[in-house]
Ligand binder design. Structure first.
Ligand code: NDP
Length: 258
């Protein structure tokens, strides 16, 4: 192994990627599996998680487990993380990726949907990190990677709860750094720009919106989910052992320019 490879070696590490039954989470899970990580694919629905785990195992030849729990429910999170740790025989890496989007005019935004977005995109990362941290602190080692968005920094009309939740991810990440850094844990955020997934399918198909994305992004294209994997591996590996509390934008340059 070259010294360059040693910085990024995560062979045999154990990981949980929330919301990895499809979309960005699935691609992140695949990137970790291809790097030799044993992981649990997760979703709210057991069937979707099982099918995705099977597909990923076939695609990569890696050992892949399936776990399902609602990331908004504290008791389910505690049980689900404990189950994951038992299945994997430990935990070294947590990726808080599960998330939803809701769109309404601000004056019409239903309060229950505000609560749903904050619970799924922000409180979930607090709850799952709290359970994972019990393992990480005991072993004095662990990597938490929270998935943000360009909306961690920039707002858009009709998605105020989403922007508030993703802005919250930046400060949650710093809080985790403050609380857990002294105990050998790194918490960082990876903030994607506009990526082609199930969540953005209607936007990709909308010619006007796609023209806006390609015009607004210095890279002049939608992101491909594989664009995220290199930064994920950096944040999951020893190469980032002195990087803590940071948010890295993988957005083709969108948040760098007006
Ligand atoms: P998808 O809708 O494709 O996938 C969402 C995943 O989250 C699914 O696995 C889903 O599982 C899971 N999930 C949702 N709610 C819950 C819940 N309450 N409990 C457990 N699991 C849940 O989303 P994307 O892949 O597009 O997005 C993933 C993350 O990336 C999100 O945090 C999103 O905000 C962020 N992001 C996405 C961008 C994009 O362009 N797509 C850009 C920037 C950030 P199930 O189906 O079983 O509910």
């Amino acid at each position: 192994m070259t010294s360059a490879e040693r910085y990024f070696d995560i062979t045999g590490r154990k990981a949980l990627v929330t919301g990895s039954s499809r979309g960005i989470g699935y691609s992140l899970a695949r990137g970790l599996a291809q790097a030799g990580v044993e992981l649990a694919v997760h979703g709210r629905h057991a069937e979707g998680a099982r099918a995705a785990a099977q597909r990923l195992a076939q695609e990569t030849g890696a050992q892949v487990h399936a776990v399902s729990f609602d990331v908004t429910d504290p008791d389910s999170v505690a049980e689900g993380v404990a189950q994951t740790v038992e299945d994997l025989g430990g935990l070294d890496i947590l990726v808080n990726n599960a998330g939803i989007q809701r769109r309404h005019a601000f004056t019409e935004f239903p309060v229950d949907e505000w609560n749903e977005v904050i619970a799924t995109n922000l409180s979930s990362a607090f709850l799952v990190s709290q359970q994972a941290a019990k393992v990480f602190v005991a072993q004095r080692r662990g990597k938490i990677i929270n998935i943000g968005s360009v909306q961690s920094q920039l707002a858009r009309p009709s998605i105020t709860p989403y922007s508030a939740s993703k802005g919250g991810i930046v400060m949650l990440t710093k809080g985790l750094c403050a609380d857990l850094g002294p105990q050998g844990v790194q918490a960082n955020a990876l903030a994607p720009g506009y990526f082609k997934t199930e969540l953005t399918k209607t936007l990709v198909e909308d010619e006007q919106f796609t023209a806006w994305v390609t015009g607004r992004t210095p890279a002049a294209r939608w992101g491909d989910v594989d664009d995220l994997v290199g930064t994920l591996l950096f944040l999951a590996s020893p190469a980032s052992d002195f990087v803590n509390g940071q948010t890295i934008y993988v957005d083709g340059g969108m948040t760098a320019v007006v």
